[in-house]
Design a protein around this ligand. Structure first.
Ligand code: NAD
Length: 414
């Protein structure tokens, strides 16, 4: 099977024929500008030292400082972080943010560490990368396996090293240390806005009712909340151990615990009654992918029966599976659009930190709504005009912006 990076490049190549200008500069997007591999020593609670392997891939910064999450996962590889860095560069360009793209990762199962070990690991990552990151250089955020607490430790470490309070160095922080009240729910909210707008544009509003959601972490648990509030019937949810299915509809509010601010937290899946493989094959109107990459691929795409797919997980669908879905008229709302609410939320957290002020949750949700609706209608028009799908349209517009900035910056040394 092709690697995650190779599959992301395939999407790039598929979009290339729709570029209007600067195609000769496209090779700039075939490799990251900088890849840093780190080995982080951590003194464990049993007194022994362990070395953790990690990366920061700074993919492209033509449009602004590098920006992208940090993933803590036991199967993270350099290839994965590289693919996610490219996706971030494209996502930020697609949505019109003044950012380049980056991604970080540490190969660790964070659930196997205690709080002190996790804090040491988070601070250790920042110690090594300190000269290369910061508010105007590279601004990390949470991703799979990381959370606001980890961002708080990292920001604190960065501030200790610089001697200044550098809240704009990271986003996705707890509110008390400069985080945004909206950041945690922002990715889920953005996905919900994309769905709402696509249903309107395709005249499907009211016709899509039943939903299955794969992955109930930060992104999944919040999108479930918005879907439930809007009257969709969530019939299945899952995590890495398996899922729950009830064709009459799950009692989402009981399964998912509340966290402060009334938003849903992680959902507790009791005794699973469905596997992830069967969840993906359920006869539902909408399938939401909110777990990991490559979940719909060559081996299972023919079993998918959903009419629409909201790809919140970065790289949730492989290129061959995507082509099959397109041929079979399954409407895909691609990751590059569907999951960009988080970075829009991050952008407003970062802007507020620079100004030493704060935006209200309502304010940020309104801004996410504006960004996502505008981007979506541009992409939809472009896709219709060129007779391509939404993913290729978003990729083309994003690539054109990056290449135009590259040309204007004059930084190709050509
Ligand atoms: P998370 O770690 O909070 O949650 C991941 C969830 O997926 C967990 O419930 C986990 O149990 C589940 N999971 C893992 N492997 C699975 C499998 N094989 N089958 C079913 N469930 C599985 O992560 P998150 O932050 O919610 O991120 C989810 C996805 O969304 C990732 O692809 C991430 O890159 C993407 N994303 C996240 C953000 C963000 O703001 N957190 C922003 C944009 C994109």
């Amino acid at each position: 099977m092709a690697s995650f990076f190779d599959t992301t490049i395939k999407f790039l190549e598929k979009a290339a024929p729709s570029l209007d200008a600067n195609r000769e500069l496209l090779p700039i997007l075939y490799a990251p500008k900088r890849t840093v591999k780190v080995a982080i020593p951590v003194k464990m609670s049993n007194g022994k030292m362990r070395i953790f392997e990690g990366w920061r891939v700074q993919y492209n910064d033509a449009l602004g400082p590098f920006k992208g999450g940090i993933r803590f996962h036991q199967e993270t590889t350099e290839d994965e972080v590289k693919a996610l860095g490219l996706l971030m560069a494209l996502k930020n360009a697609a949505i019109g943010l003044p950012y380049g793209g980056a991604k970080g990762g540490i190969r660790v199962d964070p659930k196997t560490l205690d709080a002190i070990e996790l804090e040491r690991l988070s601070r250790g990552y920042v110690d090594i990368l300190y000269p290369l990151i910061g508010p105007s250089r590279d601004v990390p955020a949470p991703d799979v396996g990381t959370n606001p607490q980890i961002m708080a430790w990292m920001t604190d470490e960065f501030s200790l090293l610089s001697g200044f309070a550098e809240s704009a160095a990271f986003t996705g922080k707890p509110q008390i240390v400069g985080g945004s009240a909206a950041r945690n729910a922002a990715t889920g909210y953005g996905g919900f806005v994309v769905l709402r707008e696509v249903l309107k544009m395709t005249k499907n509003a009211g016709k899509i009712k039943t939903v299955a959601v794969q992955g109930v972490g930060n992104v999944g648990s919040h999108i479930i909340n918005f879907l439930d509030e809007a009257g969709f019937k969530v019939v299945a949810i899952s995590d890495s151990k398996g899922g729950m299915y009830d064709k009459k509809g799950l009692k989402v509010r009981e399964i998912c615990s509340k966290i402060s601010g009334g938003m849903l937290g992680q959902c507790e899946i009791g005794a699973p009654n469905i596997t992830n493989e069967s969840l993906l094959a359920l006869d539902v109107d909408l399938l939401v992918l909110a777990a990991m990459e490559g979940q719909i691929n060559e081996s299972n795409v023919k079993k998918v029966r959903a009419k629409m797919i909201l790809e919140m997980a970065n790289g949730g669908i492989t290129p061959l599976a995507d082509t099959y879905l397109e041929k079979n008229k399954v409407m895909v709302m691609p990751d590059i659009l569907a999951s960009s609410g988080g970075v829009v939320g991050s952008y407003f957290e970062w802007s507020a930190n620079w100004q030493r002020s704060a935006f209200s949750k309502e304010d940020v949700f309104t801004k996410i709504d504006d960004f996502m609706s505008r981007t979506l209608s541009e992409d939809y028009e472009f896709a219709k005009k060129r007779n391509i799908n939404l993913r290729s349209a978003a990729y083309s517009l994003a690539i054109m912006r990056i290449l135009e900035a590259t040309k204007v910056n004059g930084s190709t040394h050509a």
